[in-house]
Structures are given as C-alpha cells and as structure tokens.
Design a protein around this ligand. Sequence first.
Ligand code: ATP
Length: 199
Amino acid sequence: MYLKRLEVKGFKSFADKVDLEFGKGITAIVGPNGSGKSNISDAIRWVLGEQSAKTLRGGKMEDVIFSGTENRKALGCAEVSLTIDNTNKILPLEYSEITVTRRLYRSGESEYLINNTIVRLKDIVELFMDTGIGKDGYSLIGQGKIDEILSTKSEERRNIFEEAAGIVKYKTRKQEAERKLENTKQNLIRLNDIINELE
Ligand code: ATP
C-alpha cells in the first residue's frame, strides 16, 4: 500500500488542476518559499477528513478554496483526490486502487467520495482507521509533530501505539455500542415511567 497519486484543483494556491504521481520510493518536493509545498501536505490532510481550519493554517474552512490573485478570479470549489495502491488489500475494500475525494463549495456544501461514489466522512475515517494513514495517523508527520509526541502525556502517546496495533477500530466500535446501550437504557426508563403513569 502506498500513496500513488494526488490531484488538486482549486485548493489553496493550486487554481488549475495539478496531478502529482508518486513512485514507490522517496519523493521530495522542493521549491522556493511560498511556492506551495506545505499546501500539498495540507491537501493530503484535508482529503483524509481534517475538520480543523487551524491545522490547515487557515481561519475558516473556506480558506482552502483558491481565493484569487491579481490576474485571476477566486474559484467557487476546492477538490482534492488521493489515490492509494491497495494491491496488498491492507485497506478493507476489494479494489486494488482506492481514490478518496473531497469537495468543498463556497456555499459551505461539501462532498466525500470513495472511488467516485458519494460516502459519509465517517466512511473515510473508518477506511483508514488502524492503518496509520488517517488525518491523525502517524504517516503524516508535520512540523513540530515529533516534539509534540515526545512531550505529550503517556496516555496520549498510547493512541499512536494503539493505531499501529490495529485496535482503534474496536475501541471506537465499543464506544459506539456503549453509547447506544446508554440511549436504550434511558428509553427504557422513560417507557417504564409512562407505563406507571397509565396503570
Ligand atoms: P515555505 O517554504 O515558506 O514554508 P511553502 O512552499 O510551503 O513555503 P505554502 O505555505 O505551501 O508554501 O504556500 C503559501 C502560498 O499559498 C502563499 O503564497 C499563499 O498566498 C498561498 N495560498 C494559501 N491559501 C490560498 C488560497 N486560498 N488561495 C490562493 N492562494 C493561497
């Protein structure tokens, strides 16, 4: 499993569609200050479901849409697609190539897609859970991340090991089941109250 391709259109400084093909080895992106290197890692984080505009170095989510230059009008939509080679089927889908896409319109409307089918954000998050690829996964090491990992509480560091061990999925499902159980308990209490009132 490896990052194969990134397509960016209308995202931050990339007004026109840009296709980046990545090989199996190391790829280095070089360029002058302000040329958009960090915008590429922002695009990867964003398509994986990042919800914090601050983490993407903006004030509000709309800031990821190309805001225009002296010679070019602002655009109304940002779109990023990330393609992962899944020939070894590490991602739990039958496809040997998986493309996740995220779109955001200035109206605030947004869309997530997996292989061109509209999905929920939750589906994208679950797809990458326990793989280290998700927006908070250890495959994305931003500036200052190592310092953060070393200085955080051991309980928080544990999350990294849990993701590598592949148990985050089960922990999340357990939390969901506990939430549903609690809701059902509350409903039962309410139902009993109504029955008592009627008797
Ligand atoms: P450095 O080497 O200094 O870290 P960099 O190559 O990583 O720079 P980025 O931070 O990725 O550069 O890109 C910054 C550029 O992106 C700035 O010129 C900024 O104006 C532009 N930019 C950011 N958001 C938008 C947007 N929504 N619309 C148009 N341009 C944008």
